[in-house]
Ligand binder design. Structure first.
Ligand SMILES: O=c1[nH]c(=O)c2nc[nH]c2[nH]1
Ligand SMILES: [Zn+2]
Length: 452
């Protein structure tokens, strides 16, 4: 950890103070009185004990007077990674939580998503969701948009404009018996997915990439699923979808795909389970399905707010981790009513405690473990851990500057509390008032600039 790269690039910023992050070995590593340098490409150039600052300034050529001191109680932590969020459902977040999944989709979701043909409406909602998530510390978001290509390209443009790291998916669905206007043919969906990918890649946004997005097996024909698997394979792209959120959905998939051994097998057969796949929910997977996830390298996005809000199920995270399956957290707006990843952390802990209430032998997740899932775990689930997730030299500097003592803040700090206690308070009680600055790939994106 305390290492330095060859001085290849010029240093843009150096910070001195407390850094909190996760590593492979420690769910929470606290680095007090540490210096971290960010190069002009936004990458972490060095991280070392503060007594090394004079030596580092000689090697890297920065002025010690330019080092920014964080100040008492403030600390940097890695940016939060939302592995599953429906940007198009943001308009009704906090409402419409009174139906189970399949009825919820037909009654609330599909009629709203059908409005995104309208680019003015899209622009308004997508700008608001990007701003709201950034303010709440989401430095990386894996977004579902809608079936409309141009509107989805607009989401990519907005994420790029505000500097958010994003995977953006044009939703694909050719089955919809409830809201007939909100679907495509398999052919159109395939063509539009190809158009979306080509157009997004052509724009060369540095932090925004396309993700192949079949909505979920009940919304897609086998033909469409095969085409999407092929597109992902031929272009080495990320894939996202939903799996085993509710028992009713699992039974429906069994009926719709009788030749498949399981829900996971449906995706496997269509080349949609890869090491760049992230599947949301996964509450009701069997052991053999989890084994398929491990063997293919596919990941799970745990969306506890949504699982509880729609009464879908409770994912046993411990069991997933025992199977060595990658797992990150997701808000799943708007099945989940909060766009904040701090809420996803809290609901993950609540769900784990509810499982412990059911079985007192159950090993409840710790807040340290959940902190790791929300940061490094998320980056691994999205196969972006070579770029982000913690403060490792060579990764992009994606970070939140947390001020636990901000005026009129949501919690209090007392004299004898150490950084670990303050981190726990922030995770349980903090909000966007405490997130005073957000950096993505070295660029400060919060506070927002005037023109935005
Ligand atoms: O929580 C969910 N939200 C959705 O939009 C969706 N679509 C399929 N399955 C889904 N689950
Ligand atoms: Zn979802």
């Amino acid at each position: 950890m305390m290492s330095a790269q060859e001085p290849l690039a010029e240093i843009a910023r150096v910070f001195r103070g407390t850094f909190v992050h996760s590593t492979q070995y420690a769910a929470v590593e606290i680095l007090e009185d540490t210096v971290l340098g960010v190069d002009i490409e936004g990458k972490i150039a060095f991280i070392a004990r503060a007594e090394e600052v004079a030596r580092l300034s000689e090697i890297w050529g920065f002025k010690i007077s330019d080092v920014k001191h964080l100040g008492k109680h403030r600390f940097f932590m890695p940016g939060l990674v939302d592995t599953h969020i429906h940007a198009s459902q943001y308009s009704y977040t906090g409402t419409a939580l009174d139906l189970p999944l399949l009825q919820w989709l037909n009654t609330y979701t599909f009629p709203v998503e059908a409005n995104y043909k309208d680019l003015d409406f899209s622009q308004d909602v997508y700008t608001k969701v990007v701003i709201r998530t950034l303010k709440n510390g989401t430095t990386t978001a894996c977004y579902f948009a809608t079936i409309y290509t141009d509107s989805t390209l607009l989401l990519g443009e907005i994420a790029d404009k505000f500097g958010q790291r994003a995977l953006v998916g044009k939703v694909c669905m050719d089955v919809n018996n409830a809201v007939q206007c909100y679907k495509e043919t398999a052919g159109d969906s395939t063509e539009e997915t190809n158009r979306f990918i080509r157009a997004l890649l052509k724009r060369k946004y540095p932090l925004v990439r396309p993700v192949v997005t079949p909505r979920f097996a009940p919304s897609c024909s086998a033909t469409l699923l095969s085409h999407l698997g092929e597109i992902a394979k031929n272009n080495d792209l990320h894939i996202q979808s939903h799996i085993s959120e509710t028992k009713e959905e699992v039974s429906l998939v069994q009926e719709l795909f009788p030749d498949s051994e399981s829900y996971a097998d449906v995706y496997l057969k269509h080349n949609l389970l890869t090491d760049k796949t992230v599947m949301a929910h996964a509450c009701h997977l069997t052991d053999s399905e989890l084994t398929l996830f491990r063997e293919t390298g596919a990941a799970i996005s745990h969306c506890p707010n949504s699982n509880i809000s729609l009464c879908s199920g409770m994912l046993d995270v411990r069991r997933v981790l025992r199977h060595n399956v990658k797992l990150g957290l997701g808000t799943d707006v708007a099945g989940g009513y909060s766009p904040s990843m701090l809420d996803a952390i809290r609901r993950t802990l609540d769900t784990s405690k509810a499982l412990t209430i059911q079985d007192p032998q159950y090993e409840t997740l710790t807040f340290e473990e959940v902190f790791r899932l929300a940061t490094l775990g998320g980056s691994q689930a999205l196969s972006l851990d070579d770029r982000t997730g913690n403060f490792q030299v060579g990764k992009d500097f994606d970070a939140l500057l947390v001020d636990p003592t901000v005026p009129d803040g949501p919690f209090d700090v007392f004299p004898k509390e150490d950084t670990k206690v303050i981190l726990e308070k922030f995770l349980n009680l903090g909000d966007d008032r405490n997130i005073v600055e957000v950096y993505i790939a070295g660029r400060r994106v919060v506070p927002f600039q005037e023109a935005m």
